[in-house]
Design a protein around this ligand. Structure first.
Ligand SMILES: [Mg+2]
Length: 421
């Protein structure tokens, strides 16, 4: 069994947890610059406020005090989000934080008959400790858990359990196919054209038909609704940072462009690996260099630049290539540098349920598989067993420059940050 735990009206609930006078009132939270609605209390939903509705359309309601509109306090939401996810983890063997207010729960090995008790205890802990209302759906697959959680939330019941996929049929008959997790607007349109309007219509077709029409992604959803788990926890995105960076201060000033290139390759590879570990992709790759500010007679030079990629990626080869191109663009020959670094920005989740990934099995997914295989091999060895050739420079020329990374064929020292000069 698996589960999906989802906080109700999360941003509004966070605001209510610090200001209980908001409870029972129609409240919305607005996006950055107060542009549009990003969270609604149930009372606001009943007033007809839509998700994403522009704030200016609500002016009259706000003026007449029917509706309270708040600017988002994202530090607060992030703080509460971490605490909610920590509570979820207390009750289940494993969980994946799927979004700021949702976690998938792994209940492997837990008897089905105790699952409702676990769910109720989780809901109670979130309410008692954080005043955050939570709804949890349990089911044999993630897609069904999501269906049950969403349905339970509408009914105002905090825990719903689906023991057999067949039990879900009445619920699927009422579920518009466009509302099914993993079926985007585009796939839904294709299904409408073929007479499929509800999730029940969808599962009544056969698997081969679904695969022909929607590809692997659609077939996965279909199998999950039939109770066959096929979206595993690793497919689901991990929490995403905004940016990743790695930089080092060299023991000596470096004026050898080849050595500098090898450093940039290593930093970029490490960043790419961290990006893959959180199932993210990045759109921008930046490089910077710093001269030694304490060396007399040397001008302070701080070149840096950022490359915008055509396609978001987490492939080491593509990220390294962009970093090297950027280095070439900013590197002034002949100046010795003391510090260098790489950063990745514009990071977004590389969700397995994103349509673009499975629309056509491309060379990109083959490259990704290759990359993950290298990651797995490197995980098993004490130090990277497989590296890019560009990470390796002639050891004799730079024995004194070993700053902790294995750029040469010598045994590396343990990783460590060098102090600033
Ligand atoms: Mg939610």
């Amino acid at each position: 069994m698996t589960g999906l735990a989802d906080c109700n009206n999360f941003f509004v609930s966070c605001e209510r947890s610090v200001d209980p006078s908001l409870c029972g009132k129609a409240v919305v939270v607005l996006s950055n610059n107060d542009g549009c609605v990003v969270a609604r209390s149930n009372e606001a939903k009943r007033l007809g406020v839509r998700m994403g509705q522009p704030a200016f359309q609500l002016r009259d309601m706000i003026r007449d005090r029917h509706l309270i509109a708040l600017s988002g306090n994202h530090l607060l939401y992030r703080d509460i989000s971490l605490k909610v996810h920590a509570i979820f983890r207390r009750f289940v063997p494993d969980s994946i934080d799927y979004s700021v207010d949702e976690s998938f729960l792994d209940l492997t090995g837990i008897p089905v008959d105790v699952i409702p008790d676990i769910g109720n205890a989780m809901v109670k802990a979130c309410m008692d400790e954080l005043s955050i209302p939570v709804t949890i759906g349990f089911a044999p697959t993630k897609t069904l858990a999501k269906v049950y959680a969403e349905n339970a939330k509408k009914g105002g019941c905090p825990v719903a359990v689906c023991v057999n996929a067949a039990d879900a049929l009445p619920l699927l008959q009422r579920l518009p196919i466009s509302d099914l997790w993993g079926i985007g607007r585009r796939l839904a349109k294709r299904l409408y054209q073929n007479g499929v309007y509800t999730a029940a219509d969808f599962i009544s077709r056969d698997a081969a038909w679904v695969r022909r029409l929607l590809g692997l992604q659609g077939e996965r959803s279909w199998r999950e609704l039939h109770g066959q788990p096929c979206i595993d926890l690793d497919h689901v995105l991990r929490p995403i940072q905004d940016s990743i960076s790695e930089s080092r201060t060299f023991p000596e000033d470096v004026d050898d462009p080849d050595y500098l290139r090898a450093r940039i390759v290593i930093y970029a590879s490490h960043c790419a690996r961290r990006l893959r570990d959180m199932n993210g992709v990045c759109r921008s790759v930046g490089v910077f260099l710093r001269t030694n500010p304490f060396r007399p007679g040397l001008p302070v030079v701080r070149p840096e630049g950022i490359t915008r990629l055509l396609h978001p990626t987490s492939l080491t080869t593509e990220i390294v290539e962009a970093a090297l191109a950027q280095l070439d663009a900013i590197y002034p020959r002949g100046i010795p540098f003391k510090r260098a670094g790489v950063w990745l920005a514009d990071i977004t989740p590389d969700s397995a349920v994103a349509p673009s990934l499975f629309d056509e099995p491309s060379s990109r997914s083959a490259a990704m598989k290759f990359m993950k295989t290298i990651d797995a091999i490197n995980d098993r060895s004490h130090r990277p067993a497989i590296r890019l050739a560009s990470q390796i420079v002639n050891p004799s020329a730079h024995a004194a420059h070993n700053d902790g990374y294995s750029t040469s064929f010598q045994a590396p020292r343990p990783l460590g940050d060098e102090p600033m000069p």
